[in-house]
Design a protein around this ligand. Structure first.
Ligand SMILES: *Cc1c(COP(=O)(O)O)cnc(C)c1O
Length: 376
């Protein structure tokens, strides 16, 4: 195969139609002065309606939404927050911004999400919250996680940045925890370039989020430029929100396309021995943000080797996240044997909305060729 003759298959990019372009054009022409919050308000409303949450706040990023959520929950210096070890750094970095300590708990072998059976052993008198993350669209086990949290009086932040459109027992990911957060980074199922959203149905938490997210300004205090406490600023712009308004109108289409692409992977890879893909237990619907292949230890596939081979064939992929506790700023937690045994044999595969069935077939054939002929 000569690389130059093959189209490049990129891993992700947003789906942009005339609708997004029309709304953003309108926002840049007219969305100023009295109209400078119109798209933001509309986006927050339509997103909350989609989720079935009472309240929502659009943010500049999901990282910012996580920071605000944890601050509103009262996480502070010396507190501990339980997080799954295999994870994107953005779920955990804000814990440290507040002077709290992330406590890394192992993940499940099949869903790669937080293992509920290991949470209680990690709870100490300093534990304040649990962050549950829906990795790659796979569902974290929200029912046992919420049960444990309630029993111990802990808050739950549900990081659904990768779980938009996923369902657990028929209910939307992001609506189980005290607060749910989403990302609209360019790689995510729905995008505003950069951006995030925080949702909750808890009025008191939302009030704290609004005050902390507006530099500590309390709208009930009628004094211009007066703050009683220090806060943060993570606002989304009206221009980004205009794109978000178009994307949320198309959200079912965007999620359905992800599911269609995953269906092609399942079709072409299901019979490959020693390879499994994202699970979808009967009580869930997986929105398959990132189709991910995990190779059995017996196949001895290193994800970075396969990634390099795919790259030679003009196919982009990315490795699974490292266990965060293996990064230099944290203490290693080797006892998280599932996480440490998993990440180097797992690879994320291309899945943007314009991929065709033929392109996905080419990705799969290239993987099979690698397994059967190249690796030997
Ligand atoms: C993308 C992502 C985030 C952060 O989103 P940003 O909008 O880039 O800040 C947080 N958590 C998870 C699980 C993510 O995948």
């Amino acid at each position: 195969m000569k690389t130059v003759e093959l189209d490049r298959i990129t891993i992700h990019k947003p789906s942009v139609t005339d609708l997004e372009i029309a709304y953003v054009n309108d926002a840049i022409r007219n969305g100023w002065g009295d109209h400078c919050y119109d798209y933001i308000k509309r986006f927050e409303k339509s997103f909350a309606a989609y989720q079935g949450s009472a309240y929502s706040l659009a943010t500049a990023s999901c990282t910012g939404a996580i920071h605000l959520a944890l601050a509103a929950m009262g996480v502070g210096a010396g507190d501990e927050v339980i997080v799954p070890d295999i994870n994107w750094i953005a779920s955990v970095a804000p814990v440290t911004y507040l002077g709290a300590k992330p406590v890394f708990v192992d993940v499940l072998e099949d869903s790669w999400c937080l293992d509920p059976a290991r949470i209680e052993a990690a709870i100490t008198p300093r534990t304040k919250a649990i962050i549950a993350v829906h990795l790659y669209g796979n569902l974290a086990e929200m029912e046992p996680i919420m049960r444990i949290a309630r029993k111990h009086g802990l808050r739950v932040l549900e990081d659904a940045a990768e779980g938009l459109g996923s369902l657990y027992q028929g209910q939307k990911a992001g609506t189980f925890g005290d607060i749910g957060v989403f990302s609209f980074h360019g790689a995510k199922t729905m995008s505003t370039g950069e951006g995030g959203m925080l949702v909750t149905s808890d009025a008191a938490l939302m009030e704290r989020v609004r005050i902390l997210g507006d530099h500590g300004r309390d709208p009930k205090v009628n004094r211009v430029f007066w703050m009683a406490e220090l806060g943060y600023k993570y606002k989304m712009s009206n221009l980004q929100a205009a794109m978000g308004c178009a994307q949320i109108e198309r959200v079912d289409e965007l999620v359905d396309k992800k599911r269609e692409i995953f269906g092609w992977y399942r079709e072409f890879l299901a019979s490959v021995p020693g390879l499994r893909l994202n699970p979808e237990p009967a009580y869930t619907r997986n929105s398959y943000w990132m189709p991910t292949a995990v190779f059995d230890p017996a196949r001895a596939v290193r994800n970075l080797d396969l990634m390099a081979y795919l790259k030679e064939q003009n196919i982009d992929s990315r490795p699974m996240f490292y266990p965060l506790s293996s990064l230099p700023m944290f203490e290693e937690v080797r006892e998280n044997a599932v996480a440490y045994g998993l990440y180097h044999r797992a690879l994320n595969l291309p899945s943007h909305h314009e991929h065709t069935r033929d392109q996905i077939e080419r990705v799969c054939q290239t993987i099979v060729h690698y397994l059967d002929y190249v690796k030997g």
